[in-house]
Structures are given as C-alpha cells and as structure tokens.
Design a protein around this ligand. Structure first.
Ligand code: PNS
Length: 160
C-alpha cells in the first residue's frame, strides 16, 4: 500500500520551518501532498497562485512531494485524495491548544484519519508565517527565515 499524507496549511508565506516539516514527512511517507487551505480568519500577503508557485519552487528537489490547494473541509479533501494521514508541524507549547482542537475536530469528522505531528528543528521553533509577514511588511530582513526560492514571491507581493 502506498503511504500518502497531506500536509495542510496556509503557507502565507512558506517558512524554513514548513520546509523542515516537509523534508521530515517526505522521508516517512511515499508521497506528501502539501495542500494550501483557506483560513478565513487570516488576510493573505501572498495570493494563492503565488503560494502554490513558491511551494513548488522550494520543493522541486523532492521526488515525492506535490503541491495542491483545497476548499472546504480538510478531511473531505484528504479522503478524496485517498490519504489516511494529516501531517502538522509542532513548534512550542503555544501551538498545542490550536493543534489539539483541530486534530480532535478532524477525528470527530473522519475517525479513520490520523493526525501526525512532527517537530521542527530547534532553530526554526520560533518561526511562523505571521512573524515573517510582519517583519517583511515593516521593512525588516526576513530573508533568513524563508527558503531562498520564496523571497521573490514576497518581494513581488510587497510591491503590489
Ligand atoms: O497554517 P494554518 O493557518 O495553521 O492552516 C490551517 C488550515 C488551513 C490547515 C485549517 O484552517 C483547515 O484545515 N482549514 C480547512 C477547513 C477545515 O477543515 N476546518 C475544520 C478543521 S479546523
């Protein structure tokens, strides 16, 4: 059986922490779908097409990672793709409450799916897309916080 997992997120923008989780997941599963979901409570910096292109640019060296997007419930998307696992990154304890809620709701909606948490490298443990957005929008140097391939997409979004 082919082990397929979905790594969902807003990825606005993808950070070095996200890439680290993708790398770890790609070693554990036969195939990873990095899936951009719509989080209605957040106003995006990068539009969806830029997020897809940015993720494709920084994951092109992996043979078993593909990038996609989804609308609606995550569990419906995961089931439609034939996956059984959802991968999420865990940083510090601050993530736990939100991740716990999401995993429990998803389990209630689809009991056959499993959420698997992977911890990022220590040096990425403070990183978040919202921190990167804020630093970038206020003119700070964010370039060491995201994969190099993502920088042009952020620069272009900042100019518009
Ligand atoms: O990177 P994020 O913003 O933490 O990702 C959140 C995301 C997109 C994974 C989450 O909001 C999501 O799954 N949205 C789809 C709608 C859904 O299924 N909601 C119920 C579970 S919370």
């Amino acid at each position: 059986m082919r082990r397929l997992a979905v790594y969902p997120g807003s990825f606005d923008p993808p950070t070095l922490g996200h890439l680290d989780v993708i790398e770890r997941a790609a070693r554990l599963f036969d195939e990873i779908i990095v899936a951009i979901g719509v989080n209605s409570s957040k106003r995006p910096l990068l539009d969806e097409a830029s997020r897809i292109a940015a993720l494709e640019a920084c994951t092109s060296s992996f043979g078993n990672v593909r990038v996609d997007r989804f609308d609606g419930l995550l569990v419906d998307y995961v089931q439609a793709e034939g996956a059984k696992s959802i991968v999420r990154g865990l940083r510090a304890t601050a993530d736990f409450e939100y991740e716990f809620q999401m995993a429990m709701v998803n389990r209630r909606l689809a009991g056959d799916l499993e959420t698997i948490f992977l911890m990022t490298k220590w040096e990425h443990s403070y990183l978040s897309s919202s921190i990167v957005r804020e630093v970038a929008q206020l003119g700070g140097d964010y370039t060491g916080l995201v994969p190099a391939a993502v920088v042009p997409f952020i620069e272009s979004a900042l100019r518009t």
